[in-house]
Design a protein around this ligand. Structure first.
Ligand code: GAL
Length: 659
């Protein structure tokens, strides 16, 4: 467990670097990420490199025992590069070319830009690749952020055409796969195929899905290109990228396969609560703490992306600048978020940023220090966390090697990026949101004290007692094979198996390949306006469906475990495989998930509002996002490594559960 900070030496006078480094070390920080936006200082003119300042910055940090994470500067091509090659500017879905003057102003498909990236990364990694203080490399910064992928440039079109030619071989195959006979959309050569934007009405969904797949592979290959150079010149260093929360424009599992040691992500719980789907009451409820499941959802997701290795690269410490409203967090939140990240397996929690900048776009974004260099309230909390971390290093405690290792959770929750693309391409109901659905299932499990691993549908799922897929439009055959051979319990949600990989309806209708283990047929599906709420009673809970409903017809050996008042099946099952037909309100969802947990032999707990538990090795953590004090369920005589049995609001407790 390490603490880190994002630092921009190029933004401060050199005489300040020494005291910055000293104060970081004094605060308990051991990792510093630098350089990810500093291209104009590394190469002020084409081919003229200036490394002296960066040499000094790294040496200054190293002198104070700090280890450095170097970011490649490719999120910010300098002005001269844009002047030389204006064609690298990205184009929006509406066909508008973006301007220089902020960041991410590049087309990820531009081969010219890729060459310049390879050049600057090669220079950088040759110079610092083997530097003893440089322990990790971050490619770019938040790839695809600010809606910069997909991009709709001529370069993207050319590469997309080549990608399609490789995928289909013959254009006739593409025509058949996409169903291009519809509306005379047939092509006679790959060159004729454009991007799916700017069509009078919807472009073919198969065209969109392939374009999303292509763009996802563009993001992965952009990272992979830099990753290869880093691997070559920086042996033994961790290769990472800082991903965003709730971001699905590319498939992160595919990205990881292009070369990744650690999945790092940027955690901003307050603005995220403000911009997600929550209603106003809920946003108000969690305005100063963030929704209790927002950080953990992403910790568990990215731990899966990083195959067990996860960092928080940027952690909010105080108010930020980018949501519609940006309140100050409750006192204690920076500490709580930090411990919660560690409890979910983070190896590093790094704060954004060392000092608030008095200039430019983020002058309203706080940091560990105010612009006048005084520690902020969040900064004080970090000092406290650093002192508490010493408890984890105490000899009697550290002797228990299992303490900081994440164990496999009892439940696997499948998160599928193409599922989100498919729903976005053909939403069909205005409020059907894939990420929201997965989050609601996740949240429900967490409210019952259950630990969760989030994984792709392609993962090896052996060892899980219960596997949940809130929606999986394309069911891979390999998943069905896992169902057949394992003894886990399975629960699938609405729209499962409703599409083939080509974005067509399966010949035997939904749930497609899942019919091999659950003999049902979805005869029709409906989206539900907010006022259409079919009622249902299940295990004593009176609930409602919302947004979506599949009309499931049970076949041989399938039991209807619950039905809506109008007779439409709500929950069906055969053996250990079950499917729900709709999105449910929270109470009903809880009853349905509780039933699956019980049948799978997984214990649940009743927790007060806003309290969450998480086990890490032999330690159980409790986090209180709520307003009341709670007695944590630690066994008599349990050793507390953080806090005590009494868990107040915005507080953390951790005790050794078993030796
Ligand atoms: C992140 C980004 C940082 C900074 C931060 C502000 O998305 O990576 O550079 O802009 O947001 O919250």
């Amino acid at each position: 467990m390490h603490l880190g900070v994002c630092y921009y030496p190029e933004q401060w006078p050199q005489h300040q670097w020494e005291s910055d480094a000293r104060r970081m070390a004094e605060l308990g920080i051991s990792r510093v990420r630098i350089a990810e936006f500093a291209w104009s200082r590394m190469e002020p003119e084409p081919g003229r490199y200036e490394w002296a300042w960066l040499d000094t910055a790294i040496e200054t940090l190293a002198k104070h025992g700090l280890k450095v994470i170097l970011g490649t500067p490719t999120a910010t091509p300098p002005r001269w590069l844009v002047s030389l090659h204006p064609e690298i500017l990205p184009v929006t879905k509406d066909g508008v070319k973006m301007n220089f003057g902020s960041r991410r102003h590049y087309d990820i498909s531009s081969e010219v830009y890729r060459e310049h990236c390879a050049r600057i990364v090669t220079q950088m990694v040759r110079r610092y690749g083997k530097h003893p203080a440089v322990i990790a490399w971050q490619t770019d910064n938040e790839l695809a952020c600010h809606d910069t992928s997909p991009t709709y440039t001529e370069a993207a079109r050319e590469r997309f055409t080549r990608w399609l030619a490789k995928r289909y071989g013959e254009v006739a195959k593409l025509n058949t796969a996409w169903g291009n006979v519809f509306w005379s959309m047939e092509y006679s050569s790959f060159d004729e195929i454009g991007l799916p934007n700017l069509t009078p009405t919807d472009a073919n969904p198969s065209h969109w899905l392939d374009f999303r797949r292509f763009m996802s592979s563009e993001v992965a290959s952009f990272h992979g290109l830099q990753g290869e150079l880093i691997r070559e010149h920086a042996p033994g260093r961790d290769l990472l990228h800082n991903f965003m929360g709730f971001f699905t424009s590319f498939d992160h599992y595919e990205f990881a396969r292009s070369g990744l040691d650690v999945a790092a992500w940027d955690s901003y719980p307050l603005p995220r609560t403000e911009v997600l789907w929550f209603d106003d009451a809920e946003k108000h409820r969690w305005a100063r703490s963030g929704h209790p499941d927002i950080p953990a959802f992403n910790h568990d997701l990215y731990r899966g992306v990083g195959k067990g290795r996860m960092w928080v690269m940027e952690q909010q410490v105080g108010p930020v600048n980018w949501a519609p409203y940006n309140p100050v967090p409750k006192a204690g939140m920076a500490r709580l978020w930090t411990w919660e990240a560690f409890a979910h397996g983070a190896e590093l929690v790094s704060y954004f940023r060392w000092r608030q900048a008095p200039f430019a776009q983020e002058q309203m974004h706080s940091g560990i220090n105010a612009p006048d260099d005084r520690l902020t309230a969040g900064g004080e909390e970090i000092a406290r966390v650093a002192r508490e971390m010493a408890a984890f290093a105490a000899p009697d405690y550290a002797a228990n090697a299992a303490t900081t290792t994440t164990k496999q959770a009892p439940v696997a929750l499948l998160f599928d990026y193409p599922a989100d693309w498919i729903v976005q391409i053909q939403r069909h109901g205005a409020d059907f949101d894939y990420q929201r659905l997965v989050f609601e299932w996740y949240s429900c499990l967490r409210e019952m004290g259950v630990d969760v691993d989030m994984l792709p549908a392609s993962a090896d799922l052996s060892g899980y007692k219960l596997v949940l897929a809130p929606s999986l439009p394309v069911v891979p055959d390999a998943l069905v094979a896992q169902i057949k051979k394992g003894d886990a319990h399975w629960l699938f949600g609405p729209r499962t198996g409703s599409r083939t990989a080509d974005f067509t309806i399966p010949a035997t209708l939904a749930p497609g390949p899942l019919q091999a283990v659950l003999d049902v047929r979805v005869a029709q599906s409906e989206s539900l306006r907010p006022s259409l709420r079919p009622g249902i009673s299940f295990e004593g809970v009176q609930g409602q469906g919302r947004s979506w409903r599949d009309y499931i017809e049970p076949g041989a050996g399938v039991e209807v475990l619950a039905a809506f008042d109008d007779g439409v099946p709500a929950l069906v099952g055969a053996g250990t495989v079950r499917m729900v037909s709709a999105c449910f309100d929270p109470a009903l969802l809880k009853a349905v998930l509780q039933r699956s947990l019980r049948d799978a032999g997984i214990a649940t707990q009743t927790l007060p509002e806003g309290v969450r538990l998480r086990r890490l090795g032999s330690v159980c953590f409790a986090f209180n996002y709520g307003d009341s004090t709670w007695q944590v369920p630690a066994p008599d005589g349990a050793q507390f490594v953080l806090g005590s049995r009494e868990l107040g609001p915005v507080d953390v407790a951790a005790w050794v559960e078993q030796r």
